[in-house]
Design a protein around this ligand. Structure first.
Ligand SMILES: Nc1ncnc2c1ncn2[C@@H]1O[C@H](COP(=O)(O)OP(=O)(O)OP(=O)(O)O)[C@@H](O)[C@H]1O
Length: 234
């Protein structure tokens, strides 16, 4: 099968019959995802909830093409990922996906602005255009004056704002986030989450956001729950 990335209409992200089990020493395999189905339309923001250990991170890893399911299909921007090799999956990930994690994972030796520039240059964007996009995103996250600071010189909330700007740098089609404000105090989390949602809506992205916080989940377009390995309505 060709590894060329093709664009088609349809849902931004679809998971179909996704299964994933982990081996456990001396015990039967642990089935985490057992036929999970989920479709997210372009521009739709979906909260993913479920108890600790229900498989939210596993589902995000599979949706993000970072892990392969044992069975089932991931379709991103109309293209099924299962037929692709590692190179094709990496290209799809770079072209279509942005990630935000609980911990920011910024490069500590680089400034905030450079942290948003680097992934664009990896994707082939010229330095000048990448800098302009980085400045615009940081500005929209309320960090216009902090672009030259390194992560260690920023507060936790500011670091996470930079991580959000970085995730949006290459204008992904789908944003995947795992407890994006879970590391912040409640007030900061609230403010950062509002800005995050505003930016995702302004950019017209589809998003799947795992959270333990029901108040944050309620601000999204739709809430789905992982229960016994399946995606069900909340
Ligand atoms: N690589 C792995 N090897 C073995 N077991 C794993 C692996 N990754 C996840 N698991 C197990 O799969 C289950 C689901 O884990 P996962 O991290 O996806 O849950 P979660 O819903 O994101 O949990 P939390 O809300 O606590 O972050 C857990 O029981 C976990 O221990």
């Amino acid at each position: 099968m060709s590894e060329a990335v093709v664009e088609t209409n349809g849902p931004a992200l679809a998971l179909r019959g996704v299964r994933r089990a982990f081996q456990q020493a001396g015990a039967p395999d642990l089935s985490v995802l057992d036929g999970a189905d989920l479709t997210i339309d372009a521009g739709e923001i979906v909260a993913l909830v479920g108890p600790s250990g229900s498989g939210k991170s596993t589902l995000l890893q599979i949706a993000g093409l970072l892990e392969r399911p044992d069975d089932g299909e991931v379709v991103l921007a109309g293209q099924a990922a299962s037929g692709l090799g590692d190179g094709g999956r990496t290209r799809m990930r770079r072209r279509y996906l942005g990630f935000v994690y609980q911990y920011h994972h910024l490069l500590p030796e680089f400034s905030a602005e450079e942290n948003v520039i680097v992934p664009q240059m990896v994707a082939g964007v010229g330095r000048k255009a990448a800098r302009e996009r980085a400045r615009a995103l940081l500005d929209r996250m309320g960090l216009a004056t902090r672009g030259h600071h390194r992560p260690g010189q920023l507060s936790g909330g500011e670091q996470q704002r930079v991580a959000i700007a970085r995730a949006l740098a290459n204008a992904p089609r789908v944003l995947l986030a795992d407890e994006p404000t879970g590391n912040l105090d409640p007030n900061t989390a609230d403010a950062v989450f509002n800005e995050f949602l505003r930016l995702v809506r302004e950019e017209g992205l589809a998003a799947l956001i795992a959270t333990h916080n029901p108040e944050l989940a309620a601000r999204m377009d739709r809430v789905v729950t992982l229960r016994e390995g399946k995606v069900v309505r909340a």
